[in-house]
Design a protein around this ligand. Sequence first.
Ligand SMILES: Nc1ncnc2c1ncn2[C@@H]1O[C@H](COP(=O)(O)OP(=O)(O)OP(=O)(O)O)[C@@H](O)[C@H]1O
Ligand SMILES: [Mg+2]
Length: 245
Amino acid sequence: MITATEFPQPAASVSATAAAASPVLRLTDIEKVYQTKTIETLALHRVNLTINRGEFVSIMGPSGCGKSTLLSLMGLLDEPTSGTIEVDGRAVTSFSDRELAGLRNLKIGFVFQSYHLINDLSVVDNVELPLLYRLGLGGRERRQRALAALDKVGLSARTGHFPGQLSGGQRQRVAIARALAGDPEIILADEPTGNLDSVMGEEIIELLLELNREQGVTIVMVTHDLQQALKTQRVIRFFDGSQVG
Ligand SMILES: Nc1ncnc2c1ncn2[C@@H]1O[C@H](COP(=O)(O)OP(=O)(O)OP(=O)(O)O)[C@@H](O)[C@H]1O
Ligand SMILES: [Mg+2]
């Protein structure tokens, strides 16, 4: 578990407070249409949303209402059909593909319902993986960062295990460590407890809450669990591709 002494960053928490109202992500008039041969799906419609630095926001809504689509746009993994996405006040369309990939790698950590770990790699190698794309990071530093991230999620004793040797909750902790190793400003979590029982799910939520509180990581989490959502600072509800509350 994370303790205050593991995150001795008073400057960071002061700046997180001071910057509480500064938008890190802003979506304006977003439409997302998926076109297949036979069907056109309006997945998002007139979405206007601002995520401020240091916030922990949950996204709720029925299956198929566009939550994962929204997260993939926020994570710069996909582009809207129309509308504007701004990161730190700069329109994403003004970035080159290369800048965009760099921005995604440096700024954003992803956590998915099904963990997306590589079963043939050890826990620590999985956590190191996104750091391979960081120019200027040597092997030793990568390993140190990965071990530090695993320590933060309470998995120091499991670094040499393989994903198949871990419980679901532990696997999700590895995925969170992988997101954390890159020191991201934003974590986008798509139903991070969807495959977990309520006890393990609770642990993961507590971990995310601590990361938000202690490190000021901005978190956007999709969840179907109202109790979890109510622990976060803001709940945004979607229905049929539009924000309803
Ligand atoms: N790649 C795609 N191609 C075509 N249609 C898609 C694609 N991805 C999503 N859709 C459609 O867009 C709509 C929104 O999907 P999305 O995955 O965002 O929903 P969701 O709210 O995350 O649902 P769930 O709670 O089941 O995960 C759905 O109707 C879905 O079928
Ligand atoms: Mg989804």
